[in-house]
Design a protein around this ligand. Structure first.
Ligand SMILES: *[C@@H]1O[C@H](CO)[C@@H](O)[C@H](O)[C@H]1NC(C)=O
Ligand SMILES: *[C@@H]1O[C@H](CO)[C@@H](O)[C@H](O)[C@H]1NC(C)=O
Ligand SMILES: *[C@@H]1O[C@H](CO)[C@@H](O)[C@H](O)[C@H]1NC(C)=O
Ligand SMILES: *[C@@H]1O[C@H](CO)[C@@H](O)[C@H](O)[C@H]1NC(C)=O
Length: 365
């Protein structure tokens, strides 16, 4: 046996083995040489296969930015994320201040993750006034990379949707930026992100669901060729995936609010097409932007809680009475969400990184 292993490990070449095999007339020796050769080839084969697979995994991780965050990362503590909207203004208005407050708030409140938020969600209107017009537009730097630089947000992934101002430019450039930036995630107009057993996010493109934009001369003409049915079917399909995966929370993110107590008001198109899906599939939260403030709306007959977070740079003081409005903050800021299987807290935070209001939500499951 030791002799066998010894020979397996000696450095004789395959060719030497082969000539030894040919030379010997002893059948048991022949078998032993053949066995050793086969085992050596197997060792080489398995090693090569493992190395090859490692290479494939490495390459694919670089190419396909993983839209799925692993369970262990999500559950060891709470999951922390920020929801911010309507921000890209080269740092002007309050964009710089809000960016700094986002980092500061994560630093002191993402307690189980070393003061780092897991990710940031953008509710759209990423680049004012007219979106992105060229592949390498300066605004990717002046409104995004150079603004969200706080150490607590430095390498934090962003999950982004398109707003109506983004649709004034060429949305494809923002989608392609997915491949260029380490932090920017928007692989398509609509997509999803699953954290197994915990939460499913569905990110959607609401401007094409609002027919009024199709005749708006400021919009990219492509908006009318977007297939509304296809997107609505995708949303349902992803919410069924959420059920199959037995997640506790379902969250949908779009730019336009279904309900809003501010200037842009309720959206009749989304009330007709999107809200029935949110209710039928038991979506827990719908996050939007578009109105430039922070709002929480719901009523006793609705499953879905509606949040408006569109105060990432400019603020508008235009709240009007609304029977679903539970709270609003008419200042620039963002929402900080801490989420675990049994509860979620959505906190409204202002540009001084002060918590202004928290919506505590308990899981029904
Ligand atoms: C930001 O700067 C770019 C030029 O670098 C300009 O095209 C864009 O309009 C600016 N956006 C705002 C909101 O000022
Ligand atoms: C839109 O999408 C639906 C569902 O995927 C499909 O049945 C329909 O043919 C599409 N319509 C057009 C005009 O492409
Ligand atoms: C909730 O539903 C009940 C029964 O249909 C209705 O009477 C009530 O007005 C509804 N509440 C709201 C706020 O719409
Ligand atoms: C939400 O806030 C309540 C009250 O402060 C706290 O007990 C609970 O642990 C929080 N849940 C999460 C997920 O942060």
């Amino acid at each position: 046996m030791t002799n066998f292993i010894g020979r397996l490990l000696t450095q004789t070449s395959i060719y030497d083995e082969y000539s030894a095999f040919k030379r010997t007339r002893d059948i048991s020796k022949k078998i032993s040489i053949a066995t050793i050769s086969v085992m050596r080839l197997l060792c080489i084969g398995v090693t090569a296969f493992v190395l090859f697979m490692m290479l494939i995994i490495l390459i694919s991780q670089r190419l396909l930015k993983k839209p799925v965050i692993r369970e262990k990362e999500a559950i060891e503590g709470d999951l922390y994320f920020i929801v911010v909207g309507d921000w890209g203004r080269n740092g002007t208005f309050d964009q710089d201040k809000v960016a700094h407050a986002m980092g500061e708030y994560c630093k002191s409140n993402a307690v189980n993750n070393n003061g780092k938020c897991h990710f940031v969600i953008s509710t759209g209107d990423n680049f004012y006034d007219d979106g992105i017009h060229t592949e390498d537009a300066e605004q990717f730097k002046t409104s995004f990379e150079n603004i969200y630089t706080h150490p607590s947000l430095n390498n934090t992934p962003w999950y982004v949707v398109l707003g109506n101002h983004d649709w004034r430019g060429i949305p494809k450039h923002q989608i392609n930026y997915n491949k260029k930036s380490k932090r920017w995630n928007m692989p398509d107009h609509f997509y999803s992100m699953l954290i197994p057993k915990v939460v499913q996010f569905v990110f959607i493109d609401t401007a094409p669901l609002d027919d009024r934009y199709q005749t708006n001369p400021k919009m990219n003409k492509d908006i009318s060729s977007q297939n509304q049915t296809k997107q609505l079917e995708y949303i349902k399909e992803q919410l069924r995936v959420a059920d199959n995966e037995k997640v506790v929370w379902k969250i949908v993110v779009g730019h336009h609010p279904v309900y809003s107590a501010a200037g842009h008001a309720d959206n009749p198109y989304l009330i007709e097409s999107l809200e029935p899906i949110l209710e039928e599939y038991g979506v827990d939260m719908y996050f939007a932007g578009h109105d430039h403030n922070l709002q929480y709306l719901t009523n006793e007959n609705k499953t879905t809680r509606h949040f408006v977070s569109g105060a990432g740079s400019e603020v508008r003081i235009d709240i009007v009475p609304h029977e679903m409005l539970k709270h609003d903050v008419m200042e620039s800021g963002f929402m900080f969400v801490s989420l675990r299987r049994d509860s979620v807290n959505v906190t409204f935070v202002d540009k001084e990184a002060k918590a202004r209001y928290t919506v505590p939500i308990k899981s029904l499951i």
